[in-house]
Design a protein around this ligand. Structure first.
Ligand code: NAP
Length: 294
């Protein structure tokens, strides 16, 4: 079997087309331009790439992007004061603080300071709670992107064995919470694996849908999956440079051996990555719309 490629890039394109129309309507009918503030502290190269790409996507869609960049020594107290200011600024609908933050800044303190109705990353405990009880305002972008890939590719999750490798607060845990809901695009039986899981391959081989977010290049190989599995590879690992000097990327799944057995698989790049940014735009538009209702 050679797998069908699930192109997050193409799915994201379709969603962005609809979002662009929604943004134009918001402007025309309500005089609202959705505004997203992105804060980057430090010089982490991957974060720089993500922020650049988020700003570019905002511009393409007609979202107003406000960028704040600070050096790695930026004090925590200044960052908290900036968040307070943005919380009170009506032109800003979404606030995103790029993670990871330098060690001297308490991430939890920062994330909790963002007003829940501007928390377009969906990391504030209020939004995590709403997600858990199945009444979300903002779903975290990467897990939501994974769910959208499955739904928009016509892959049923109901009653399926979904195995997730990774239990981070950003990907693994929220993804499990989303896919276990009594809802469309969910209703799955979910198992989460992590570094303390015994015999991980026993779990991954049971999976009808396998989602890998371990941060380890090629952690899942062909012998660890069953025939006909659907694989979503969240991993983004930089493994050198291409001839043109760009980062060479690979996922957490060994694409060549797994695609031989899988029914469908996401590529890296071009899979989950473009969906994550698109879900951020979706949340920003939602934040702007929620404001109208207030
Ligand atoms: P993370 O915070 O480092 O978490 C990794 C998780 O994987 C942890 O729960 C860890 O277990 C588990 N793990 C690590 N090695 C494992 C192994 N050999 N076997 C089983 N479990 C293992 O990473 P993250 O933020 O969730 O990100 C995961 C990957 O997704 C990274 O490659 C990241 O770059 C990528 N990512 C991509 C996007 C995107 O938009 N495409 C967005 C976010 C993240 P323990 O809890 O036991 O340590």
């Amino acid at each position: 079997m050679t797998a069908r490629i699930l192109s997050g890039k193409e799915i994201a394109k379709d969603i962005r087309k609809d979002l662009k129309a929604e943004i134009e309507e918001l402007k025309a009918k309500h005089g609202i331009t959705p505004g997203l503030a992105v804060v980057l502290v430090g010089e982490d190269p991957a974060s720089q790439v993500y922020v650049r790409s988020k700003v570019k996507t905002c511009e393409r869609l007609g979202v107003n992007s406000i960028e704040h960049r600070f050096d790695k020594d930026y004090p925590e107290s200044d960052l908290l004061a900036l968040i307070d200011e943005m919380n009170g600024d009506d032109s800003i609908h979404g606030i995103l603080v790029q993670l990871p933050l330098p060690k001297h800044i308490d991430e939890e303190k920062v994330l909790i300071r963002i007003r829940p109705d501007k928390d377009v990353d969906g990391f504030h405990p209020t939004n995590v709670g709403k997600m858990l009880v199945g009444k979300p305002d903002f779903l975290p972008c990467t897990p939501h992107g994974c769910q959208q890939i499955l739904m928009r590719s016509g892959i049923e999750t109901e009653g399926k064995e979904v195995v997730i490798v990774g239990r981070s607060n950003i990907v693994g845990k929220p993804l499990a919470a989303i896919l276990v809901q009594k809802a469309k695009g969910a209703n799955a039986t979910v198992t989460i694996c992590h570094t303390r899981t015994k015999n991980m391959a026993e779990h991954t081989r049971r999976a009808d849908i396998l989602i890998v977010a371990a941060g380890v290049p090629k952690a899942v190989t062909g012998d660890m999956v069953k025939e006909g599995v659907v694989v979503i590879d969240v991993g983004v690992n930089r493994i050198g440079k291409t001839e043109s000097g760009k980062d060479k990327l690979c996922g957490d799944v060994d694409f060549d051996t797994v695609r031989e057995k899988a029914a469908a698989i996401t590529p890296v790049p071009g899979g989950v990555g473009p969906m994550t940014i698109t879900m951020l735009m979706m949340n920003t538009v939602r934040a702007a719309k929620l404001r109208i209702k207030q």
